[in-house]
Design a protein around this ligand. Structure first.
Ligand code: 26Q
Length: 816
């Protein structure tokens, strides 16, 4: 069933309608009359999935026959969001479905919106993984995603009295129509236990891992359709359950409660996604999750490989394993264990095969975000893996010594084991030496990996280090999120832009065509109206759709500097009250979640909400300025905000944001950017034209210089009256009766070093903001620049990124 024309074929519509009714009746046990929206959603999703299944089998067969290299993208997070609309688009079923639902008297939009987001990720890293599997299918790569089927995804955020409250996200995965459970492919994963030091018949040291406990991994396939190409790949999500045989042992000894408790403990492994990003929670359960994912995936890898060959020397020809950050870095160790212990491969050969198979993507430069796991924890959980890590390290340090015999300091600084204050395994170092390629996610980031993060590793093995600038899928972020812009692009460029986004450059010739610009302005206006309705529904705030929509939507973090944005808002508010400025109406929109244990980030949310309360209700502001914090940021909400944005806030301290991806989504949808020279902002600015990007702030180099020579935030604060007045109002009782409430923010800025340079960048940020607001008054010019921005964004499709990975990391043949 595929759309071949714009008015869908009647027979096909009828067939689809009958299929929906069939699923309603026989899978869900309801009739159309008694069905809820979510029943209709499920029925439709089951029909769509049935179409995908046929294509899935033929794709797998075709890839197998072609002996394609298989890409295993391992990630602790896949932030999918909703799937129905995306699958309808990629499967070419959109028009037929709309017609079929209409014939049933059902509202298409209501059905599509009733789908719960699959929020199996925190933010950028997880959403990148979701964009990548879309692109791999669209490019017909034999590429699958491998992750955990968390029972609870990222928490729901509620705002009560301005404060973030977390609520569990039970996404009812057991009933998801998209997941196909494969009990019959359940796999056995050993954990805990001890090492028996024994020798084999030849007298060689042959340690045995004994007395382990068993966890069962059950794979679930979520099918991933390529765009309009009949390719269907899979995202395999593993869930953990207890093993019966293991339980029986305890049951037989009569300890029923202990047995049940152990069963619960095993099932806890896939219970919940850890909700922190960039700040680490060194918990045993998290390490167990990481190992569980890796162990399950590698069983699939070996199974698939042996379908092609029994010669393990061919492993790197048939398999590429991509590690999404260090979270799955144990894949390197597990692969070594499988090769050496289970297949008796010689260590050196096994190591060579492992390195040629694995590659590692780094997503962070911040030292506090680098994963390190206590050696004691390893010993308890994975004793054999710890031994293997020690052996990898021993050989590696010999190599370091041969390389720089004089530099004995390197033996400690480059060791996989950190000694002080507690013995820990440095996962990034393990990932680097066990991989043949290490990439950053934007040019600046990849340069900083080499110069700042791991310079010694770079000097020892320079050929390993590469860059793959992130991208996002235009199927979701333009076609699905912004259907009007999508039609506009179809009309002016033809439909090819969807898979060849560089065609957007052709728009440049239209940037002075008044009719075209008016059309684009109309689209933006429509999207802003829709968002205003959502804001009014959620917050009861009325918004002027002609106001400039200034959006900062991302996780709440000090380094992302939502606080800088609020400080500007406070300053603007004071200036409006003082009658210093009369501005074009403006709305500052914020959305994002803070890690539940991150007090400072939560306080920033509270500040935004208190400022919003004050500003929005102040009659003296006269509607010129509004502040909105939209609660429960998630993929589907992003799809509503992004098409409506006029200005995109990308204001992280230079050198801290690895890439950013919302910067790309917003710019492709015609927002101009205000931003620092950080992450992918630099490349975006070059691509869209410097005149369409409000740059401000210190460069990464200047930040590094100031960090090393020392600065005085107190002097910055005290010597700038505007800044002082703004920062002082945090503790004046102006925004909250409790003067002490925001003192920690004040204190961090003024007395505790302002680690992220809010104060240093404040003036230059205000100037850039002022310029943007002035420019916004020239409506025609603004929209013409928006068109130029869109036209420059072609290179930020994740299709381009995946082609880059194929060419530079997985081998060109993976694309054929
Ligand atoms: C690690 C160990 C224990 C618990 C949690 C974690 C953890 C979880 C998630 C650590 C980090 C993350 C997420 C990081 C992340 O999203 N990074 C972002 O990746 C994007 C895609 O490359 C970049 O665009 C962003 O710049 C980067 O911040």
């Amino acid at each position: 069933m595929k759309d071949t024309q714009s008015t869908p074929d009647k027979d096909q519509v009828n067939k689809l309608r009958d299929s929906i009714l069939y699923e309603l009746k026989y899978s869900l046990g309801v009739t159309l009359l008694t069905a809820s929206s979510s029943d209709v959603f499920s029925a439709l999703a089951l029909v769509v999935r049935r179409n995908q299944v046929d294509d899935y089998f033929s794709t797998q067969e075709r890839h197998y026959q072609a002996r394609k290299k298989r890409i295993y993208y391992i990630s602790m997070e896949f932030l999918i969001g909703q799937s129905l609309r995306n699958n309808l688009i990629n499967q070419g079923m959109m028009e037929i479905t709309k017609a079929a639902l209409e014939s049933l008297g059902v509202d298409f939009e209501i059905i599509v919106r009733s789908e719960e987001d699959a929020a199996l990720g925190n933010g950028g890293l997880g959403r990148l993984a979701a964009c990548f599997i879309d692109s791999m299918a669209t490019l017909d790569l034999a590429g699958s995603g491998h992750g955990i089927k968390y029972e609870y995804g990222l928490f729901h955020q509620q705002i009560q009295d301005g404060k973030q409250i977390e609520k569990p996200d039970d996404w009812h995965s057991a009933h998801s129509p998209w997941l196909i459970e494969h009990q019959s492919q359940a796999m056995i994963i050993p954990l805990y236990g001890r090492i028996e030091e024994i020798k084999d018949l030849q007298g060689n040291y042959n340690p045995m891992w004994m007395d382990w406990k068993i966890i069962i991994g059950v794979p679930h396939d979520y099918l991933v359709s390529g765009y309009n190409n009949n390719t269907v790949n899979s995202l395999r999500l593993y869930s953990a359950c207890a093993s019966d045989s293991f339980d029986i042992h305890i049951f037989n000894h009569g300890d029923y409660l202990k047995a049940v408790n152990q069963k619960i403990a095993s099932e806890n492994i896939s219970k919940v996604l850890y909700p922190s990003d960039e700040i680490l929670a060194g918990k045993e359960l998290r390490l167990t999750q990481e190992y569980f994912l890796v162990a399950c995936t590698l069983r699939d890898v070996m199974h698939d490989f042996f379908l092609h060959s029994t010669d393990l020397n061919q492993l790197p020809e048939f398999v590429a394993i991509q590690l999404n950050d260090t979270h799955p870095a144990l894949a390197i160790v597990e692969l070594m264990r499988i090769l050496v212990d289970e297949h008796a491969v010689d260590w050196d050969i096994a190591w060579d095969l492992t390195q040629r198979t694995c590659a590692y993507t780094n997503h962070t430069l911040m030292p506090e975000a680098l994963e390190k796991w206590s050696v004691n924890l390893f010993e308890l959980l994975l004793p054999r893996h710890l031994q293997i890590i020690y052996e990898i390290n021993r050989r590696f340090l010999l190599e370091v010594h041969r390389w720089q015999p004089e530099r004995t300091d390197l033996l400690a600084s480059m060791s996989l084991i950190e000694e002080m204050p507690e013995k820990k395994v440095r996962m990034a170092y393990l990932a680097i030496i066990g991989s043949h390629k290490v990439n950053g996610v934007a040019k600046l980031h990849s340069d900083l990996i080499k110069s700042n993060l791991v310079p010694d590793f770079y000097h020892l093995m320079p050929e390993k280090f590469t860059n793959q600038t992130n991208g996002v899928t235009p199927r979701r972020w333009i076609q699905q999120a912004n259907p009007r812009l999508s039609l506009f692009l179809d009309a002016h460029l033809g439909n090819e832009w969807v898979t060849n986004l560089t065609l957007l450059t052709k728009l440049r010739s239209l940037a002075s065509d008044r009719d075209v610009i008016a059309e684009l302005a109309e689209i933006k206006k429509f999207n802003k109206l829709k968002l205003s309705q959502i804001i009014t529904r959620q917050q009861g705030i009325t918004i002027n759709p002609d106001a400039m929509f200034d959006c900062q939507i991302k996780r709440i973090h000090e380094y992302k500097r939502q606080l800088l944005n609020v400080l500007y808002v406070i300053n603007l508010y004071h200036r409006i009250l003082d009658g210093v400025v009369s501005i074009a109406p403006k709305v500052h929109i914020f959305s994002g979640k803070a890690a539940p244990g991150y007090a400072m980030a939560k306080l920033i949310i509270q500040l935004i909400n208190q400022v919003a309360l004050k500003v929005n209700n102040d009659p003296n502001v006269n509607g010129q300025l509004k502040v909105v914090f939209l609660e429960d940021y998630k993929v589907s909400l992003a799809e509503s905000i992004i098409p409506a944005a006029d200005l995109s806030e990308q204001i992280s301290t230079a050198g801290t944001e690895a890439s950013g991806t919302s910067n790309m989504k917003l710019a492709m949808n015609g927002a101009l950017t205000i931003g620092t020279l950080d992450g992918a902002n630099i490349e975006i600015r070059d691509a869209v034209g410097h005149e369409n990007f409000y740059v401000f702030g210190l460069s990464a180099e200047q930040i590094a210089e100031q960090r090393s020579k020392g600065r005085s935030p107190y002097d910055e604060y005290a010597s700038n009256t505007e800044l002082k007045m703004t920062v002082d109002s945090l503790i004046s009782g102006f925004f909250h009766a409790d003067k002490n409430l925001f003192y920690p923010l004040f204190n961090m800025l003024v007395n505790h070093g302002d680690h992220y340079f809010h104060l240093a960048d404040f003036s230059s940020y205000c100037q850039a903001q002022h310029q943007a607001l002035t420019d916004y008054n020239n409506t025609y010019n603004w929209h013409s620049r928006a068109l130029n921005t869109i036209s420059g964004m072609g290179e930020f499709s994740s299709d381009r990124t995946i082609r880059g990975y194929s060419r530079d990391i997985w081998g060109e043949d993976s694309l054929k």
